[in-house]
Design a protein around this ligand. Structure first.
Ligand SMILES: NC(=O)c1ccc[n+]([C@@H]2O[C@H](COP(=O)([O-])OP(=O)(O)OC[C@H]3O[C@@H](n4cnc5c(N)ncnc54)[C@H](OP(=O)(O)O)[C@@H]3O)[C@@H](O)[C@H]2O)c1
Length: 270
């Protein structure tokens, strides 16, 4: 009897609740083994037990705080090592919503550490192996708020650091996609709107006062369908996808029109 091929492996950060937990469930169902990362070990172990029972998935639990440089280095080493790694989902995150001049500097730092540093470092660790094998995918969970910089707070949250971090993930992913696509690796930035998870309670909002929200399972369905079809930017709630093309065209037009040695007239000394 020939051995059956090994199950591919996915690493999901922020797998103890919400979108990350929904990724873990869907990927286990699709035949992946998993490495689940978050701080709450009890949640991860409960998920691991259930997913291995229901889907025969091999599940490894890594209880780690992604703001911790030493913990992050251990996960990087674990990722870089594994030939089976097929998918990395950089999903862990939190809102930290607060007017910028009131935000605890440590919270600002943690926002950057989780959304920007951890996602960048894990992608850096995963990609050489994926590119060498000629296959793999990275999903970076950004947010519609990545596009929100120019909009004032109220009713949107006070979010300068969060929106900046998510905008980083969007630009990072788009630029990276162009570097790796020829090696058979796909990267995606996923931009959900409001999603029904613990996120809002963690951000200090009353969940009962939230408007209707998309399910985490639908976000995951959109993201995996987009990965399969090669969409670099996945906006689960956007029906008219030509809006994304127009946004890209506008950004490109500005870049081409403005990259000149000549100062724009409005800035010339009078
Ligand atoms: N919910 C929304 O409306 C919405 C909309 C757009 C984008 N997003 C993004 O979606 C992603 C997932 O959020 P969610 O809605 O699923 O919220 P959630 O249910 O609160 O899940 C957040 C996950 O991130 C983990 N996490 C947070 N800080 C961490 C840290 N320092 N180290 C390791 N893990 C950490 C949490 O686990 P532990 O607490 O156990 O560590 C949890 O598993 C986030 O990046 C968020 O910004 C959410």
């Amino acid at each position: 009897m020939p051995n059956s091929p090994p199950r591919p492996l996915a690493l999901v950060t922020g797998a103890s609740s919400g979108i990350g937990a929904a990724f873990a469930e869907r990927l286990a169902r699709e035949g992946y083994d998993l490495i689940l990362v978050a701080r709450r070990r009890d949640r991860l172990e409960a998920a691991a037990a259930r997913l291995s029972r229901e889907f025969s998935a091999g599940v490894e639990v890594v209880a780690a705080d992604l703001t911790d440089a030493a913990a992050l280095a251990q996960i990087e080493a674990r990722l870089a090592d594994d030939e089976r790694l097929g998918l990395l989902v950089n999903n862990a995150g939190f809102g930290g919503y607060r007017p910028f001049v009131e935000i605890d500097p440590k919270v600002a730092d943690d926002l950057v550490a989780v959304h920007v540093r951890a996602a960048t470092r894990l992608a850096r660790a995963a990609l050489p192996g994926m590119m060498g094998r000629g296959r793999g995918g990275i999903i970076n969970i950004a947010s519609l708020l990545a596009l929100s910089g120019a909009m004032p707070p109220n009713p949107l949250p006070y979010r300068a650091v969060y929106a900046g971090a998510k905008a980083f993930l969007l630009a990072f992913t788009e630029a990276l996609a162009g570097e790796v696509v020829h090696a058979g690796v796909r990267v995606q930035a996923c931009l959900p709107g409001l999603v029904a998870t613990e996120y809002h309670a963690v951000a200090g909002r009353d969940p009962s006062k939230m408007p209707p929200m998309m399910s985490a399972a639908d976000v995951v369905a959109a993201s995996l369908a987009a990965l399969a079809s090669g969409e670099v930017v996945c906006v689960p709630g956007l029906e008219d996808v030509s809006l994304l093309d127009r946004l890209s065209e506008l950004r490109r037009a500005i870049l081409l029109a403005a990259n000149t040695p000549v100062l724009a007239p409005r800035y010339r000394a009078r």
